[in-house]
Design a protein around this ligand. Structure first.
Ligand code: SF4
Length: 340
């Protein structure tokens, strides 16, 4: 199996995906390199649709040349025909001019997704949209590393991953990551921390440690996991792009409603568990017919039978809120499994 010195460097750095997946970057690059097909593509995912996560915006604002550098390195290493930067509409409007000047004659094209919707950031949904198809995830396998854009091997990495690649290539990578902190009574900010520090340390170092009772949602304001303060002591930030600080004083009903509404509205509708499940959860809650058993059944079904990670993630905020914050035992799925 042939490899490349840069892929070796990425592997030695232990770089993992900086989007919501945490797949080892070197393995992804190697998978595309291994493909015999001559026509290959590289896509930089800058769609960043999780509320409360805005680090890619920060990177495009402050270090766009490093992102382009990383994409060009991928094109060269993998022998790709072309690269794309896939941006959500607001980022396209904001960064188009700056990026076009920096791209110059490079083989990189900008692509704006149609709406600021969530699912368009999933790599296969993104590729469908770029091909003019319906914006919905594909069944996997095959993975996009072998059958991706125009059915050719395609490398899809997050914006921050390409930034890190540029540093790795120059020997300047220091195992840091960008981390967003925002929340109730908390101004949004992006920090660059050593990826080994804990979530608790990150909040302290940021200077944004709340002076009110709070819990956090780690990984984003919609699909992140709700955790108490004492659950953040040993948890590294390595796998997360940021956190949202919730005040205990907030209206619980509104919080739960915002999660359910988001997933009901953002489901692409392709598969029944997610389309119907998200809609029913929201309707049940809105109608006041909150039934713990039925809720548990729907959440269980969504988590275990949804076609893509969106349907599975739809259950995370609400189930972790009840388990960790309310400390209510409503979602003991092992017990519930005996019914199936
Ligand atoms: S889980 Fe939801 S977002 Fe994913 S394919 Fe099914 S309906 Fe679409």
């Amino acid at each position: 199996m042939k490899t490349h010195p840069l892929i070796k460097k990425i592997e030695q750095a232990g770089l993992i995906g900086r989007g919501c997946g945490t797949f080892p970057t070197a393995k992804k690059w190697q998978a595309v390199l291994n493909e015999k097909e001559k026509e290959k593509y590289v896509i930089c995912n800058a769609s960043e649709s999780e509320p409360g996560i805005f680090k890619d915006e920060f990177i495009l604002n402050n270090y766009p040349e490093k992102v382009i550098d990383g994409i060009n390195l991928a094109i060269k290493t993998l022998g790709a025909r072309k690269g794309f930067i896939y941006l959500k509409p607001s980022y396209y409007d904001k960064f188009r001019q700056k990026l076009e000047v920096l791209i110059g004659d490079d083989k990189i094209e900008l692509f704006s997704k149609k709406l600021g919707d969530y699912i368009g950031g999933e790599e296969s949904a993104m590729i469908n949209l770029m091909e003019g198809k319906r914006e919905e995830p594909r069944l996997k396998p095959p993975f996009v590393t072998s059958i991706g854009f125009l059915n050719k091997p395609t490398l899809v990495n997050n914006c921050e991953t390409f930034y890190d690649i540029a540093l790795i290539d120059r020997g300047k990578y220091e195992h840091e990551r960008f981390f967003c902190i925002s929340g109730d009574k908390t101004l949004p900010a992006v920090f660059r921390f050593d990826e080994k520090i804990t979530v608790k340390e990150a909040i302290r170092k940021s200077g944004l440690y709340p002076d009110f009772p709070f819990f956090i949602q780690l990984g984003g304001k919609m699909s992140g996991t709700c955790l108490r303060r004492d659950q953040t002591d040993d948890l590294s930030i390595k796998y997360y792009a940021g956190l949202f600080i919730h005040s205990y004083e907030k209206d619980e009903k509104q919080l739960i409603r915002s999660w359910l509404k988001f997933f009901a509205e953002e489901s692409c509708g392709q598969c029944v568990p997610c389309r119907e499940g998200a809609y029913r959860l929201y309707n049940l809650y809105e109608s006041g017919g909150y039934d713990k058993e039925l809720f548990t059944d729907i959440l269980f079904t969504m988590e275990n039978t949804s076609l893509c990670s969106f349907g599975k993630m739809a259950t995370v905020a609400i189930s972790s809120y009840f388990k960790n914050i309310k400390q209510e035992k409503i979602l003991d799925w092992k017990e519930r499994l005996t019914c199936y």
